[in-house]
Ligand binder design. Structure first.
Ligand code: A3P
Length: 261
């Protein structure tokens, strides 16, 4: 069904190797909770990829989903299906400051069981590959620029840092965007079940049921959930190198990145 009257929402974190650790899972949980008015009992047995299947991974689920469909993707704007590029959906685009994205990926890599042998594991090498734009969803600033400059009409840009600072305000913005009217109590329900602690202990969101893919004895997927953890990983020299590269790439983008709270 490609009817334009549908109110699908696509949420797409910035990208990628897999520099995508911008809060995808958090947004999947938020949107699905908003759709059930904060009543988590209606979602208790439903994994995130069943709530909001991935466009690039779960084709059958995407096709079979009931309207309003909620679909997740990491794809850059230029690779979106034509009907979507033309505005057939509502898009929630999530970004996070790229230093924290990089750190989150670095730790994720440690718990990932099957890794390509040529993907770097030392922080310095991961940083270098990020700066070189080696990633399957494209270079980070290109991905962000592609979406933010797309001129897409039904578009809501949300940052991980805004979600961390004032989640209630973000939930209300998403409700307005999706034409959902929630009571204060229902907003509290969404907040409770999308909190770091509840997602960390929920087997549907913490990947603990995906033992074939992740070795959680080496770390957690819902790991730290902080803004500014990059400061615990970057040396001063690495941070300066990053800033120089990104100052140039971000030129004209008007993206006000939050590095710490
Ligand atoms: P950290 O590794 O910095 O802790 P994604 O889902 O896009 O892969 O992003 C994963 C990142 O989102 C991880 O960051 C994870 O801890 C964080 N995250 C997931 N749920 C969260 C929540 N409810 N509150 C704060 N951070 C959350």
């Amino acid at each position: 069904n490609t009817s334009t009257s549908r109110t699908d929402s696509i949420q797409c974190p910035c990208g990628h190797i897999q520099y995508v650790f911008a809060g995808t899972t958090w947004m999947q949980v938020l949107v699905s909770l908003i759709q059930v008015e904060g009543d988590n009992s209606r979602l208790e047995d439903v994994a995130t990829f069943d709530r909001t299947p991935w466009l690039e991974l779960h084709h059958q689920k995407v096709l079979e989903a009931q309207s309003p469909r909620t679909i997740t993707t990491h794809l850059p704007f230029r690779l979106m299906p034509r009907r979507l590029r033309e505005g057939a959906a509502k898009v929630i685009y999530v970004t996070r400051n790229p230093k924290d994205v990089l750190v989150s990926f670095f730790h994720f890599f440690a718990i990932l069981k099957a890794k390509p042998s040529d993907v770097p594991s030392k922080f310095e090498d991961v940083l270098q590959s990020f700066l070189e734009g080696q990633s399957s969803y494209g270079e980070w600033s290109e991905h962000v620029r592609g979406w933010l400059n797309s001129g897409y009409k039904n578009f809501l840009h949300v940052t991980y840092e805004e979600m961390s600072k004032d989640l209630a305000a973000v939930i209300k913005r998403i409700c307005t965007f999706l034409d959902k009217s929630l009571t204060e109590e229902q907003v509290q329900g969404v907040m409770k079940h999308s909190s770091f602690e509840s997602m960390r202990h929920n087997p549907l969101t913490n990947y603990s049921k995906m033992e074939e893919l992740y070795d959680l004895s080496k770390g957690d997927f819902i790991r730290k959930g902080k803004v500014g953890d990059w400061k615990n990983h970057f040396t001063v020299a690495q941070s300066e190198r990053f800033d120089v590269a990104y100052r140039e790439r971000m030129e004209g983008l008007h993206l006000d990145l939050t590095w710490d709270l």
